[in-house]
Design a protein around this ligand. Structure first.
Ligand SMILES: [Zn+2]
Length: 466
């Protein structure tokens, strides 16, 4: 900021979550001293009493500060620390945008971040946004805020199912955050859920499994299938920290499942046909799974009272085929394939390919961890950490895809060989759908008018290795 500051605003906020009970008066005194040091004339003081410790409570003085900046009446702001100014990463971004547009200089006296420089802004962003968990490590005020929200049930999932949070107190008996430790009963249930997913259980059945044992969500509700699905997708159960749905490093908690089991379950959860089920058990073999031969959309069941149930294409609306004969063809073809002795040999992917891809993925995670360690130790700057993480994130995504592709498919366990027909007859519709997804894609071909059903109208494209 090279232009001379004309009129500076001081912003102070007191909140109940502040472990040091830093008063507004003290904040304003320190900010005024900082403004004096910088030779910024103080025009106005804004202060909010934000005692509810929620992140959504309106702050009238903060809003007034933003309006004054919009009007051009304030061209510099001094705060005690960045966490006095903004309470969430999105609030920080909004403030930085506003400051950019109006050339507002920003300064803090907290000693950690000087927002008047581009470097300081980046540091604030990384602290407030990208490396949210580093902030938790550094700032016990933020830590307490999260914890309080969790205790009030406001932030669903802050203490994940399978864990409980141990509170940690400092020498003065102040709450300085917590450590997630394994909740034995819930953790056992989570491990079982991953095994059930890999074995082909539906989300609905997973929810039933939890509800039958009396487990409740953290909000005290029964589990729904889609809730369980979203829960099991969380990389934290394999020990990874995430922010904004991206893995950013290793967690300080005990993983509940191995990386292998997590990867396999994720592959099953992400398989075609899962995505559309929304926790409801599909009743038909190919609904959301079979493809329209005209437009390649996924087929839906159409079940009325007057006609026999049919698969229809919801997109082009030009394909309708009765369910029973189509399913009969698919059942016969898949059982035939499962009975062939060569199948298992073909299906096992190269073990060395899996090992290589896992090692490559773990190496990237290791580099992310050591970059975070270097940043924490002050060996690299926030800007460097940001650049490193950006590059590694791209590599990590590619590596995760390679790992998923090389997973052996446990979904065929017990379904192959001489007893394939019996196993198929005994398998649930979920399991059958999972097997079909693993082996082939099924397309129902269009026909001309008046042409009767024949098995050639169902095309089976075997997947690579199948
Ligand atoms: Zn179609």
């Amino acid at each position: 900021m090279t232009t001379q500051v004309q009129s500076c605003g001081i912003y102070a906020r007191i909140s109940q979550d502040d472990g040091t009970a830093l008063g507004v008066g003290r904040q304003i005194d320190d900010c005024a001293a900082e403004a004096l040091r910088r030779a910024w004339p103080v025009a106005e003081i804004f202060s909010d009493n934000d005692v509810s410790a929620t992140r959504t409570k309106p702050r009238p003085e903060y809003e007034r500060l933003l309006r004054e900046i919009e009007l051009g009446a304030i061209d510099a702001v001094v705060v005690f620390d960045v966490d006095r100014l903004t309470r969430t990463p999105s609030e920080l971004e909004r403030f930085i945008d506003l400051a950019d547009r109006h050339h507002v200089a920003l300064a803090s006296v907290g000693g950690e971040v000087d927002l008047a420089t581009p470097q300081g802004r980046l540091t604030a962003r990384i602290k407030g946004n990208v490396a949210r968990h580093e902030v938790e490590q550094m700032s016990r005020r933020l830590k307490r805020k999260f914890q309080q929200s969790a205790a009030e049930g406001k932030s669903h999932g802050v203490v994940p199912f399978g864990y409980r949070r141990l509170r940690q107190l400092d020498d003065h008996g102040r709450d300085v955050g917590g450590q997630d430790v394994v909740h034995p009963e819930e953790a056992a249930a989570v491990r079982e859920l991953y095994k059930l997913v890999v074995a082909g259980a539906s989300l609905r059945n997973l929810a039933k499994y939890l509800n039958d044992q009396g487990f409740k969500t953290k909000r005290g509700n029964p589990f729904q299938g889609n809730v369980v699905g979203n829960m099991l997708r969380k990389p934290r159960y394999a020990g990874h920290r995430t922010h904004a749905n991206q893995i950013i490093g290793k967690g300080d908690w005990e993983p509940l499942v191995s990386q292998d089991l997590y990867d396999e379950a994720l592959a099953v959860l992400s398989a075609p046909g899962r995505r559309h089920s929304r926790g409801l058990e599909p009743k038909y073999l190919l609904s959301g799974l079979g493809l329209c031969g005209r437009c390649t959309s996924v087929l839906r069941p159409n079940v009325g009272t007057r006609r026999p149930p049919s698969y229809v294409c919801p997109k082009c609306m030009k394909l309708t085929r009765q369910i029973a004969p189509v399913d009969a063809v698919v059942n016969a073809v898949i059982v035939g394939r499962l009975s062939e002795p060569s199948l298992l040999a073909n299906l096992s992917p190269e073990p060395s390919a899996l090992m290589d891809s896992v090692q490559a993925r773990d190496a990237i995670l290791g580099r992310m961890d050591s970059a975070a360690d270097s940043f924490a130790a002050g060996e690299i700057t926030a800007r460097q950490l940001g650049r490193i993480n950006e590059q590694l994130q791209t590599q990590l995504q590619a590596a995760e895809i390679r790992v998923a592709r090389n997973q052996p498919s446990r979904v065929l366990d017990g379904m192959t060989g001489a007893s394939a027909a019996d196993a198929w007859a005994a398998a649930s519709i979920d399991r059958r759908r999972a097997v079909i997804s693993a082996l082939a894609s099924i397309t129902v071909l269009p026909t001309g008018p008046g042409i009767r059903f024949s098995p050639e109208q169902v095309r089976v494209d075997w997947k690579e290795n199948a």
